[in-house]
Design a protein around this ligand. Structure first.
Ligand code: ADE
Length: 230
């Protein structure tokens, strides 16, 4: 069993990289892939960069070059739901691309051309395992639900309400659904884990830099628990 782990920013994977043993690394198309072990499990870790194209390039390369059985995307997100506080965790059961819009030719908003899906499903058994791994994280509420991705930092109520109203998503970020899309095309199990760094509203620009580090660590803590457990 080989687990692929992708984060968009250094802060989202730094601690995972630090806990790896027997590391080898290789750079492909500007992304460095770190191969090694964590808790004696084989892992392949990469920082993809921000946004859906970076995420897709990284996921596809990881699949072709390293053949992971599963890909997990770890990081931070903006909360779209009042029940989610900064620091809380969301585990995806579905992902959507909130900026995919071919409604001009009659499609429903968010429909992914070619897949004929709006929401891409995660593997249920993987979601359950990651949920189990979240049991012993202290002072943290954990939710399972839809995660919305797009090439936008969501920081006003108009953008936020659009995503809530169309997709009923719990949080917004910029990579997860692109990774999910690539995994779906390649028949690879995937799941997105995100800790809330802000509330995706007018305060997001100020909250994000203050909470990003703490939130990123929370998501990593969950991934580490999962690796310990499997
Ligand atoms: N990642 C963390 N916060 C975010 C936000 N508000 N919008 C998009 N991606 C994010």
């Amino acid at each position: 069993m080989k687990i692929g782990i992708i984060g968009a920013m250094d802060v989202e994977i730094a601690e995972i990289k630090d806990s790896m043993k027997n590391i080898t690394q290789e750079k492909i198309s500007s992304v460095t892939y770190f191969q090694g072990t964590i808790h004696d499990k084989e892992v392949i870790v990469a920082k993809c960069g921000i946004g859906k194209v970076h995420a897709a390039v990284c996921a596809q390369t990881m699949i072709l070059r390293y053949s992971p059985n599963v890909i997990i995307n770890t990081g931070v997100a903006g909360s779209l739901n009042n029940k989610l506080d900064i620091g809380d965790l969301v585990i995806s059961d579905y992902v959507v691309q909130h900026d995919f819009d071919t409604s001009g030719v009659g499609d429903p908003i968010g429909l992914i051309s070619g897949l004929n899906l709006i929401k891409i499903p995660c593997k249920k058994s993987l979601v359950e395992k990651i949920k189990d791994a979240a049991n012993n994280i202290e002072n943290t509420n954990v939710y399972v639900g839809t995660i919305a991705s797009g090439d936008q930092f969501i920081c006003n109520t108009k953008q936020k309400d659009y995503i809530i109203n169309h997709f009923d998503a719990l949080c917004a970020e910029m990579e997860g659904a692109a990774i999910g899309h690539v995994c779906y095309l390649n028949n690879i199990d995937f799941c997105i884990v995100r800790a809330m760094s802000d509330k995706a509203d007018g305060s997001a620009n100020m909250d994000f830099p203050v909470f990003v580090q703490r939130a990123a660590k929370k998501s990593i803590e969950l991934i580490d628990n999962y690796l310990k457990m499997i």
